[in-house]
Design a protein around this ligand. Structure first.
Ligand code: AMP
Length: 206
């Protein structure tokens, strides 16, 4: 997994819903994350759509003058869900190619509320981290406790011996959009984790 040469600009890959969610607060939270990334001079890498939380996120980055890199499979682009005002839009052939490209561009992964797509993408980068394929921070934004039961389930998986405690802690938690930037700065400053060694195993939860 490369990091696109010797570039110095930070880029954050955000996974989030293609739907808006119920009520306006999820869109507002996605927009707040977008503004925070752009305000810090960091680029956004994401699924390239204009719909749902993805659209709110990308629109906020664009409005703040930030960089947006979208990676979308041709089938979704043809269904006209692609955002047309990004800095760069890569159209790829498969979902696997998309995930790989998003991961290559990113220095960290952030998941906001979402459904199957968001969970699939986030768990894939967690699995890659668990296997030592990358050592990039994986942050879950548990906005309004949206992921609370999922996190409780992961503790059940630890209890039953299917998930190692040290790998459970690969998920770093933010509760509010404004926590994302300081958390990423802290995580990037930490020494990279050595797979199999619980050197970053302190609990991320409050
Ligand atoms: P979901 O959480 O099921 O709404 O899926 C959202 C995630 O899957 C995003 O992070 C995207 O990368 C991808 N995705 C799902 N649906 C779309 C779509 N209509 N347009 C672009 N990307 C999508």
């Amino acid at each position: 997994m490369n990091n696109e040469g010797n570039r110095t600009k930070r880029r954050v890959c955000v996974f989030c819903a293609s739907a808006d969610g119920v009520g306006g607060e999820f869109r507002q939270a996605a927009a707040a994350v977008g503004r925070a990334l752009a305000g810090n001079g960091w680029g956004l890498v994401y699924g390239g759509g204009h719909v749902g939380l993805m659209g709110a996120l990308a629109d906020a980055v664009i409005a703040a003058g930030g960089e947006t890199i979208g990676v979308i499979p041709r089938a979704l682009e043809e269904r006209e869900v692609a955002h047309r005002h990004l800095t760069e839009l890569y159209v790829v052939e498969t979902m696997h190619e998309r995930k790989q490209k998003m991961a290559d561009y990113a220095d960290a992964f952030v998941a906001l509320p979402g459904g199957y797509g968001t969970l699939d993408e986030f768990f894939e980068v967690l699995t890659w981290s668990q296997l030592g394929i990358h050592a990039k921070p994986c942050v879950l934004v548990d906005f309004h406790g949206y992921f609370r039961q999922l996190l409780a389930f992961l503790d059940t998986a630890v209890k039953h011996g299917f998930l190692k405690q040290e790998n459970r802690h690969l998920i770093r938690l933010a509760n509010m959009p404004e926590e994302v930037v300081p958390l990423l700065e802290k995580l990037w400053a930490e020494p990279p984790r050595v797979p199999g060694r619980p050197d970053r195993g302190e609990s991320p939860e409050p």
